[in-house]
Structures are given as structure tokens and as C-alpha cells.
Design a protein around this ligand. Structure first.
Ligand code: UDP
Length: 240
């Protein structure tokens, strides 16, 4: 297996929970530092990396709505929470000398640049890690959809979904010990079997733009680097 990366430009989707470590809420600095290290290793391979972070570790719009909040207001709060996660990841990356820019879909001039597609591409070309904050900027969407959308806009070669398990399984491996991992699966099969990879809108955007989704575990050391080199356990979602 060659050490050369398979992809020139990728988008990494991290759920908010990935930053939580063993805690039940918020940001665990050691975990963010570890993930920053993984991103730095991938970046050193010469891959252009952009990142979308969720906010499930802080606030989800649906949770607010279920407690009686107006859904749009709750979703805007969720998007603001992704900005906090993005800044924490930016801080951890810059601590290890990785140049970054945070681009927010909700303009927030004092803390980040506004999202401008051409500017984002320029940052990537200059070797900066670009962190897209505030999801799509629209309520009723998720950061999974934002990740697929930005991956399409940036012409990424792959969308990497870092999760708690090392791929897509026939059933939940924590519940069903006979569950097996798919090496490859088509977009439509993911949708028709309702496999929880990303939400349906995100899968559709990836499918329409022929962007493979690679699902891998964030818990294994150098998992991101390995996936970029075609090694390590993962599931690739592509084709029909
Ligand atoms: N959100 C939104 N529009 C977007 C992206 C996110 O309204 O384009 C809000 C939504 O309320 C969501 C929250 O931000 O619940 C956090 O994002 P998500 O649930 O996708 O985070 P993750 O599950 O990846 O941690």
C-alpha cells in the first residue's frame, strides 16, 4: 500500500460529541488537542483539509424545540454553538503550528471571517486548514448537510465522517454482536436501509455530486492519516 494520499482535498465532518471526550457535555481540551493532532498529521501528508464541526456537545435545535422553543431560534443557537467548537479546534490547531481560518456562515466579524467560497478555496490552496462554522447558516438543516454542501462547493475528493465506530454496520454493533461492517456501500442502499451514516439530505448532496463518504473511527490513533492513505478500517459510501 502506497504512502501517498489518495485524495488532494477532503472535508472532515466532526460531530460535536467528538469534542466531548468522556464527558457528557461541552468541550474536553485533551480530546480537542488529540483531534487537532490527527488533523495536523493528515495535513502534513500534503492533503488540503477543511472541517465542519457539529454542536451536539453543546446545543441541538431539536432539543430546544422539544422544550417549547421556537425551532428556528433554537437552530440558530445550535449554529452559534458550532462557532464555539470551531474556535476551540482552531485554537488547538494553532497551538501545534497549523495555520487555520474559521469561516462562519453567519457573519461574525470579530471572531471569524464570513463564508466566501472563493476565499475559502484560496485559504486551502495556501495550505491553511479551513474550519466552516455555523453550519449552512439556515435553520432546519444539520451540520451533516453543511458538510456535504461545503464538500461540493470546495470540490472535495472525499467527505470523511469521523465517528465512534469504524464504519457502517449491518446493525448497531453495540447491540447486535453479529453485525458486520460494510467495506463499501451505495448511497441508495444507505438511504433505503436507513443506515445512520449521515442524514438523508447530506447523502443526497454527496450522491448528486459523486463525493464518496468515508466513515471511520475517531478513536484509533492516526485513523485519519490511514484512511487518507487507503489503509485502516472504514466504510466507503459511493455508487448506487
Ligand atoms: N444547525 C442548523 N443549521 C445548519 C447546521 C446546524 O440549524 O445548517 C443547528 C441545528 O439546531 C443543530 C445544531 O445546529 O441541531 C447542531 O448541529 P448538529 O446537530 O448537526 O451537530 P452534530 O450532531 O454534528 O454534533
Amino acid at each position: 500500500m502506497s504512502d501517498k494520499p489518495l485524495y488532494k482535498r477532503v472535508l472532515l465532518k466532526l460531530s460535536g460529541e467528538a469534542l466531548m471526550g468522556d464527558g457528557e457535555y461541552g468541550i474536553d481540551q485533551d480530546t480537542v488537542t488529540r483531534i487537532a493532532g490527527e488533523i495536523s498529521a493528515a495535513h502534513k501528508l500534503g492533503v488540503e483539509v477543511c472541517v465542519v464541526v457539529g454542536a451536539g456537545n453543546i446545543f441541538r435545535g431539536l432539543a430546544g424545540a422539544s422544550q417549547g422553543m421556537d425551532r428556528s431560534t433554537a437552530d440558530y443557537m445550535g449554529m452559534l454553538a458550532t462557532v464555539m467548537n470551531s474556535l476551540s479546534l482552531q485554537n488547538a490547531l494553532e497551538n501545534i503550528d497549523v495555520q487555520t481560518r474559521v469561516l462562519s456562515a453567519i457573519p461574525m466579524a470579530s471572531v471569524s471571517e464570513p463564508y466566501i467560497r472563493r476565499r475559502a478555496i484560496r485559504h486551502l490552496e495556501k495550505g491553511r486548514v479551513v474550519i466552516f462554522a455555523a453550519g449552512t447558516g439556515n435553520p432546519f438543516f444539520t451540520t451533516d448537510t453543511a458538510a456535504a454542501l461545503r464538500a461540493a462547493e470546495m470540490n472535495c475528493d472525499a467527505l470523511l465522517k469521523g465517528t465512534q465506530v469504524d464504519g457502517v454496520y449491518t446493525a448497531d454493533p453495540k447491540v447486535d454482536p453479529t453485525a458486520t461492517r460494510y467495506d463499501k456501500i451505495g448511497y441508495m442502499e444507505v438511504l433505503s436501509k436507513d443506515l445512520k451514516v449521515m442524514d438523508a439530505a447530506a447523502i443526497s448532496v454527496a450522491r448528486e455530486n459523486n463525493i464518496p463518504i468515508i466513515v471511520f473511527s475517531l478513536h484509533k490513533t492516526n485513523a485519519l492519516g490511514k484512511v487518507l492513505q487507503g489503509q485502516g478500517a472504514c466504510t466507503i459510501v459511493k455508487g448506487d
